[in-house]
Design a protein around this ligand. Sequence first.
Ligand SMILES: Cc1ncc(COP(=O)(O)O)c(C=O)c1O
Length: 477
Amino acid sequence: MEQTSHSLDPADWSELRALGHRMMDDMIDHLAGLRDGPVWQKMPDEVRKNFKKSLPAAGTDLSSLYADFSANIKPYVTGNTNPRFFGWVHGGGNAVSMLADFLCGAMNANCGGRDHVGIAVERQVIAWAAEMLGMPTGASGVLLTGSSMANFCAVLCARFAALGAAARREGFGRQKLVAYASAGAHRCVPAALDMAGLGSNALRLIPVDKNFRMDVVALQMAIVEDRAAGKRPFLIVGTAGSVDTGAIDDLAALADVAERSGEGIWFHVDGAFGALAALSPSHKPLLAGIERADSVAFDFHKWAQVTYDAGCLLVRDAAVHLATFEQETNYLAPAARGMAAGQPWPCDLGPDLSRGFRALKIWMTISAYGSERLGAVVAQNCNAAMRLAVRIRQNAGMEVVAPVPLNIVCFRLKNFSDGEMLNLVANLQEKGQFVPSTTTIDGRLAIRVAVVNHRTTNDDVDAFFKQILRASGAIRF
Ligand SMILES: Cc1ncc(COP(=O)(O)O)c(C=O)c1O
């Protein structure tokens, strides 16, 4: 009797090959022509409806699906590949990483563990990250979705360091652990404490100075106060590149406070995008002290231009990192030989067991461009932001509302109400010209421009400035 094959591979590969080549050509054209299209466009209702269908029982021909993708998906994505996308600290991606994503799909490697090259590539990338930040050679690390996850895992490491192995089995009873971060810390930091079961109230937000950096004296006072109240300070989170303004805490001073506390306070740095400033020799000194951190969270998908998603956690003490996450299970028992060799596996360094081959696109991006060229992109973005800030400062109708240490400019239009500024931003976005975003600085709404894309030039920020002038009618250019 003849058997039916349910393999998903085609009987004849030639059609798929031809379509695959076309897709590759189209996507290369797409990247090459980014400047010609809108930054973002709102998806029409019919497109939204297209994604509210019931589960398809029968398959659809791939060429019609690709036509659907071209008409209904490709035009309506975030637009952060475009050089005029300045919203929310999104990275621009790069062509090499796109190709690596394709290769990664073909390999379909599960990088949770086992002895294969995917794990070796990830360890290489972690070693490069440690080298970049001046952490010791033996530092451990793991690739994760992004810094939200990496910050969460760092809190778990700090919790382990404070309470030891027993707490992993028994919970942490009445221990009143308390952590500290600046008032400008990202929202994922309180979320990490919440998810770690410590409660977001276990995070004390320390006021910032006029440069939006954590007030170190206030931090020291808070620690003394908390100890006196019977609490246990266990973690200081420094921010290297705050999401609102790009402020970098005095990391060396925070490292001193943690070190001198005498009770083993864990020093973690949230360097989601700012840690990558280490690639630029002229910006690296701003991060002094990061090399003393117990752990650092950052994203290759932001300032290293790797395609989403590519977050990273580095942990100085490899033993603590492993002890925080490792689990013994029969079906994942280590072996001396064969494919089950090669511990520690990434599944024992974070919460995920099945994991894709994220390391490939990071390894290919860093290898293809080299750290110097990636560092030059960081410097180019910071210079573009500074250029914009200078133009704004020179204009009587506008004000820059926070210092610009890196790549983020927050400003207001003096004669505009908050509602008018929100409208202006939405108009720019809806016209597809530019995508800035907004935030609140010192209780006042501000327009926020984050320059993170390697494609962004000075001409792009000049064009943005002109457009703001035109749109606001503030003063003639
Ligand atoms: C300072 C900071 N921390 C954490 C995050 C969260 O990172 P992710 O979006 O990769 O989870 C961000 C995101 O922009 C950030 O700017």
